[in-house]
Write a protein that binds this ligand. Structure first.
Ligand code: ZN
Length: 248
């Protein structure tokens, strides 16, 4: 009797945390040890793996899997199907139920909710850091032109183009990070050292419609024109350093 596969349980404990060891007898019968969670014999490896997938919906999270070369393709195919299915389900639920979830009296768009949860998970999970590390190693850091293009410089450093909208203090405020810029038209775009509060003017006016070659500059003065004596950012590093000290 040959051992042909091992599945070491995932870090998701409880009912999904059972170990499985798979053997093949000389007559082709598949013998399975799973602490009683699965059948003890199957006619084929395919029958076994389909039953495993049924009984353990989190089978793709097994921490340690070792599979004989002969069955590698079956496992890969099933793993791919499972992962595609998970994303399809998530996508379908986010699209179909986008506007139909009401909890108590509170309307909660499922689409936004799913998006936010995924974002949060990405932020918190190791996947995020792996991606981050790879980016640091392989991708050139974003450089910002000293001449403002109307988008939020802080978000541009994260590879996102976010428009800035005029708020009631006459600053252009990023719709995502709330960074504020005071525009001295045609001269300077001064990044304020405190964030906005999303208190926009009713009539939307966007930075991308009015930018006129202003030079990105720091706030070094507390009253208008907020930049006195004249000082500009020399390079991206200056901007990055300045942004670290923005107050909320
Ligand atoms: Zn921003």
């Amino acid at each position: 009797m040959n051992k042909i596969a091992e599945f070491g349980h995932s870090r998701y404990k409880g009912m999904y945390g059972f170990n499985v060891t798979v053997y093949k007898k000389d007559d082709g019968t598949i013998i399975v040890e799973s602490g009683g969670k699965l059948k003890s014999t199957y006619n084929s490896f395919l029958d076994f793996i389909e039953d495993l997938i049924n009984e353990n919906p989190l089978w793709h999270t097994y921490y340690y899997v070792k599979v004989d070369e002969m069955y590698k393709l079956i496992v890969q195919k099933k793993l791919k199907d499972t992962l595609v299915y998970i994303f399809d389900c998530l996508n379908a639920s986010a699209i179909n139920s986008r506007n139909n979830w009401i909890l108590g009296d509170t309307f909660m768009g499922m689409g936004n909710f799913a998006y936010n949860v995924m974002n949060e998970q990405m932020e918190n999970s190791r996947i995020h850091y792996y991606i981050d590390d790879i980016q640091r190693k392989e991708i050139e850091p974003v450089k910002i032109n000293q001449i403002w293009n109307g988008f939020c410089p802080e978000c541009m450093l994260k590879n996102k183009n976010v428009k800035m909208r005029l708020n009631k203090n006459d600053f252009y405020e990023c719709e995502e990070s709330a960074l504020q810029i005071c525009v001295l038209s045609g001269v300077q775009a001064i990044i304020m050292n405190f964030r906005g509060k999303g208190d926009f003017k009713n009539e939307p006016r966007y930075s991308t419609d009015i930018e006129n070659g202003e030079i990105l500059s720091p706030q070094n003065y507390n009253g208008f024109p907020f930049n006195n004596p004249t000082e500009i950012f020399e390079n991206t590093k200056d901007i990055v350093d300045y942004l670290k000290n923005i107050n909320d």
